[in-house]
Each structure stands twice: as C-alpha cells, then as structure tokens.
Ligand binder design. Structure first.
Ligand SMILES: [Zn+2]
Ligand SMILES: [Zn+2]
Length: 412
C-alpha cells in the first residue's frame, strides 16, 4: 500500500469539512445576532401575520430560508381556525410578536433539512401543536403531551433556535406554537410533524392537530368516560364537539351539551348529544332529573375562554366521586377560582387539567384519523365553512359570531 500517496488525501477531507462547518457556524451566528435575513433565501410565500395584539391578521408576502437540522419544509394544504389563535390575537395568551398564526394544519413535505430521517419528500403530515421528542421522561412514559420541548412554545423563533421565516423587510417572524399554519409554506421541526396516510383529506387532517385530539381525549382519556355514564360538555365549538363525540363513542348514556348559542346546541345533537341547555344553571335540574339526583359522572369544560367562575357550577353538576375536566385556555394570569373546597373534599371529587387530550400525539393522531376513515369519527361534518388565506379575518369574525363549529383555510 502506497502510504505516501494516500496520506495527503486523508488529511484534506477533515480540513474541508472543518471549513464548511465553520462557514455554516458563522452564517448561523450572524443570522441569530442580526435577527434579520441576510442569507439563504429559498422561497417566497404568503402568511397571515399578527403584528400587535388586537390588530387584524395581515396577509402578506414572507420569505422562508432552508430547513435546518431536523426540520422539514411543508406546503400547507389546510389550516384549522382554532380559538387559541384568537387568544393570541386578543392577548389572552402571551405570544412573541410578530407572529405567523395557525397551529392546526396539514400539508405535504417538499424538502428535508440535514439529518432528517423517517420523512420523505411527498409525505403527508398533520401538525402536532405540541412537539414530541420521543426521548424525554414524559415521552418515554406515554405522555407526549407533556414533552419537555413544550418549554420552547412561547419563545421566539424555532425549537432549535434562530428564525426561518421573515417578512418582506427581512424582519424575523415567529410561527405560532412552532407551526404557523396560516401560511402557504411552513418550516417546522420533525418533532412537530406526524406522518399520515396520503388519502386522508387535508381538512380533517388539520383538525386533529389540536382541537379534535384535545376534545376527544378530554372525554375518553382525562374524564375516563365509561359505558352508561352521564357526561356534561360545557362549550360546544370545536373542542366541545370532539368531546361530545368522544363521550358518545366511549358509550355515555346521556351527553348533555351546554352552550348559549342555539346553533351550537343544535349542532351538538348531530355529533351525539342527547340533551342540551343554554347554561350550567339551566342544566342543573335536567341532570338531576335524568340521574335521580346523583348528577353527572363527569363535566368537561371546553368554553371559548376558561374563567374562574365556571368551576363551582361544574362542581355542583358533578356527582360524588366524579370528575371535572378543565380543558380550555384561561387568561394567563387567572388566579381567582370559585370552588367549594369543603364539598370537593367531602364528596371525593376530582378537578383535572387537560392538555392536548392527555395523550401522545404520535400515536393518537393516526388513531383518530383511522377512526375518521372507518366512519366512526365525524370530521368533515365539523367543518362548517372554508376560507382562503386572504379571508382569515372574515373566518375569525364568523367564529366570534358563533357561525362556525370549525372554519378551515384551504390552500391551492
Ligand atoms: Zn388549538
Ligand atoms: Zn419529549
């Protein structure tokens, strides 16, 4: 073997790699420090951007840079209009601005960043509004909804740091919950993407990113609804409608839909509600009568905003030993809660929080979509109206006017 010829070639390779790595590092540091777009523009796209609390969504041209380590570039096909985007818009939920809205979405993978395994160009994905690393204590114990990557969700930029989305002036944009589905294209971490069957329509695939998985799991996983139960669902929008379906599929005998909107009370019946009432106060006598005074096995709170005054009436609708599930988003600084502490203890009741249906998105999202494909879970029926990206403000006005169970933005 001729060592004198081979040796220089071996030495050159590490030096070349080192130079490439050094250049990449310098580019990354420069980009992070400046927080403005200087390198690597790969494409232009369009997105709905929130620039300040209370302002309209601004539909504008954006620039997207290459997906980095562990990231994918996705062409968005559909985006669900969840109430949590409105919570970002109205300031209930503090978010970094400027922000690309949207955290329910489905799309097609069109490019892979370095080191991505398990995904190919052409794959279809549903977004998961909570990422799952698969390695932390919570992921490893079947609680991916509590994954430690969740700590990044309210911080600016991407999970891995830096920015991939910029406005036309080169200013960085943060995708809501690391997704930003109100955009024609998204760069996201593979930890936030769930591969799904290509024959699942995009609208239903978007709904399981947040609302359906959260509502369904509130009933099936967190409340633990069993055959013959009496269940009260408070708030019958997207979350509540999914909770109604979960309770029905789990075998509940009575499913009581509580909502001030007549449209939503009527809609609830299509999804499995057996009774309805405009308020918890008006449901009290009805639930007492149907259970011979025992009251509901579980009460699930899925209103548009969770406030402290809702807990006590939910507590009194619940039987002894029963479960109250608090699912909806509350104002971030809400500290005051009406609760009869004596009754909670002496009646052996449970009050439980619920995040993302208390389930693991990497198993539950494909599972729910398989139930949809089998005709068991109604998702097409939950989509009341569709909109273009340019109609995003109209879609949210319709949601606030109680016209929609779910509005969905569809892309070309
Ligand atoms: Zn949501
Ligand atoms: Zn994890």
């Amino acid at each position: 073997m001729d060592e004198t010829v081979e040796a220089p070639k071996r030495a050159a390779r590490p030096v070349g790699l080192l130079l490439v790595a050094l250049r990449w590092y310098v580019l990354c540091v420069r980009r992070r420090d400046a927080n403005t777009l200087t390198e690597g523009v790969v494409m232009k796209s369009r997105a709905a951007v929130l620039r300040e609390v209370g302002a309209d969504w601004s539909v504008e041209e954006i620039e997207i840079t290459d997906p980095q380590e562990g990231e994918i570039l996705v062409k968005t096909l559909a985006a669900g209009m969840c109430h949590s985007d409105e919570h970002a818009h109205d300031g209930t939920m503090p978010v970094p601005l400027p922000l690309i809205g949207g955290h329910e979405g489905a799309g097609e993978v069109i490019a892979l960043g370095p080191g991505v395994t398990g995904f190919e160009v052409g794959d279809h994905i549903s977004c998961s509004f909570i990422p799952s690393c698969g390695k932390c204590r919570w992921c490893a114990s079947g609680q991916q909804n509590l994954c430690d990557l969740g700590m990044h969700l309210m911080a600016p930029g991407m999970i891995g740091g830096g920015f991939r989305h910029y406005d036309a002036d080169g200013n960085p944009l943060t995708p809501l919950l690391k997704l930003g589905t109100f955009a024609e294209h998204m760069v996201l971490s593979v930890d936030s993407a769930i591969k799904i069957q290509k024959d699942v329509p995009a609208g239903p695939a978007a709904l399981v990113s947040c609302g359906v998985t959260t509502g369904f799991g509130s009933a099936v996983n967190r409340a633990g609804v069993r055959a013959g139960d009496t269940v009260v669902i408070v708030g019958c929008g997207g979350l509540g409608t999914a909770a109604i379906q979960g309770a029905k599929i789990a075998g509940a005998k009575n499913v009581v839909a509580v909502d001030p909107s007549e449209f939503k009370r009527e809609s609830a019946q299509q999804f499995g509600a057996t009774h309805s009432a405009p308020s918890m106060a008006e449901a009290m006598e009805m639930v007492g009568a149907m259970t011979e005074g025992v009251m509901a096995d579980s009460v699930i709170l899925t209103p548009s905003v969770l406030t402290g005054d809702l807990i006590a009436p939910a507590q009194f609708l619940t039987r002894k030993g029963g479960t109250i599930v608090a699912t909806a988003v509350a104002p971030a600084m809400q500290m005051d809660v009406q609760l009869n502490l004596f009754e909670l203890a002496m009646m052996n009741k449970e009050l439980k929080g619920c995040l993302f249906g208390s389930t693991s998105p990497r198993s539950e999202i494909p599972h729910l979509l398989s139930m949809y494909q089998a005709g068991q879970l109604k998702l097409d029926e939950m989509i009341t109206s569709t909109y273009t990206l340019d109609q995003v403000n109209e879609g949210y006005a319709d949601m606030m006017d109680n016209k929609n169970i779910r509005g969905v933005i569809v892309f070309d």
